[in-house]
Design a protein around this ligand. Sequence first.
Ligand SMILES: Cc1cc2nc3c(=O)[nH]c(=O)nc-3n(C[C@H](O)[C@H](O)[C@H](O)COP(=O)(O)O)c2cc1C
Ligand code: SF4
Length: 489
Amino acid sequence: MKFGDFPKAGSLDGVAGFRDYMTSLGLDMPCDDVVESGPASPLAAGLDVDGMQVGNRLGINPMEGWDCEADGRPSENAKRRWQRFGESGAKLIWGGEACAVRPDGRANPRQLVMAEHTQAGIAEMREGLVTAHRDAAGDDRGLVIGLQLTHSGRFCKPHDNRRFESIIAYHHPVLDRKFGVPADRAPISDDEIKRLVEDYVTAAKRARACGFDFVDIKHCHGYLGHEFLSAITRPGPYGGSLENRTRFLSEIVAGIRAEAPGLKIGVRISAIDTVPYRPDPTRSEPGALGPGIPEDYPVPYDYGFGVDRDDPLRYDLTEPVALFEILRRLDVRFVNISIASPYYNPHYIRPALYPPSDGYAPPEDPFIGVMRHIAVVRDLKRAHPDFCLMGSGYTYLQEFFPNVAQAVVRQGFCDIVGLGRMVLSYPELPLDILHGRGLKKKRLCRTFSDCTTAPRNGMVSGCYPLDAHYKKSEEFKTLARVKKPVASA
Ligand SMILES: Cc1cc2nc3c(=O)[nH]c(=O)nc-3n(C[C@H](O)[C@H](O)[C@H](O)COP(=O)(O)O)c2cc1C
Ligand code: SF4
């Protein structure tokens, strides 16, 4: 398969052409013909989120840049990224970026860390976002900002970008094989989990002191919190039943409620954790990645979440729906929904036409991936309408993002539409939509995946093709060399 086998968004003939193409794919994609602007438009409507007044329905999903100082303090690049999140005019900043609760839990040696020596820098970075928001949007009314707290678990790389130092919740036959986890590696012990819970609580207290409205206890993308959700085979109090698999989360929430009263708590989950993928070796040629196919996996599949045990390529929201009952008991009222993991099935989490260098060519039209995100959030919202849900995975919609975003909010499929990659290339898109200014098409993210390829090859992340700040950097040349074999496909 070569890139471009699927029609590009820009080649579709307006909204009518987009609709026709969605129909041809069998997708019931919500899409409004006309996008309204001004204060009465659906995307401009305010919302009460667990007592916080959020000024509109556009949010920014967390995105790190693999670019902090070696000791975990924010760098100039990180501060710039947060400023651009603020300039966007979106009113819910969900997490900013993954912030490790301790240094050995980092996913890369340049990840943001919450600690005594980083706290002032993180507070300053948050303030920079608020100032940029005021300058761009006129004021900061309705701006709500959270910090995403994480431990990277299986994907820890705290010292060397080329070497995993995995902390696992349990042995996963496919992921252990794929990422080289030795059979004699002991999973994190129950006692170590208790100490880690304390680290989360300490980090949350610091986040509150920095002025954050909420913390997100990250449970997505294959990192430790998420791995607990699939720890069916783990013995003891943190594995087996859903109750046990959410004990880590429950203990963190209880600790934060006790020690950081008033701080709100949200959770970002990957509602589907399905089997890992790899490029099809029979259709990979030198310099070209084959389309993704599932790795060999055992059935029944006791290593997933939100999937059918007997056919884990099919999703099944029974457990995610049940998870919401546990969240309700914990009084967690707002949830950000993502899907799968960037490490082992990236086409689910970030529908894209061009794969990252360690990925595979898309095995399905990426619009199918966008619709999966929308449908999962819609179904969870129907099951639990009293929760506030923020969605993910919209960037691939490109010029049709405003039409779809307005439709999903208007139809009540989702409360807040979250943007990821699109904000790296085109941060002012939300304000352009809200003010009816028309889209700057040259700034739309075309899902080239350079913001993933760069960090996978030891460089900082950023929108190299469309953001001049990165395009003129030395690393742009290195990236071009790394990409050459893939780009020649
Ligand atoms: C460069 C980059 C960094 C990311 N970092 C994070 C992160 O720190 N935490 C997180 O939960 N998701 C992270 N994500 C995932 C995004 O939040 C989002 O879910 C994903 O990009 C899909 O949304 P989109 O289609 O709007 O890009 C990252 C994505 C990218 C491209
Ligand atoms: S590098 Fe830029 S254009 Fe490419 S996927 Fe990332 S944000 Fe989009």
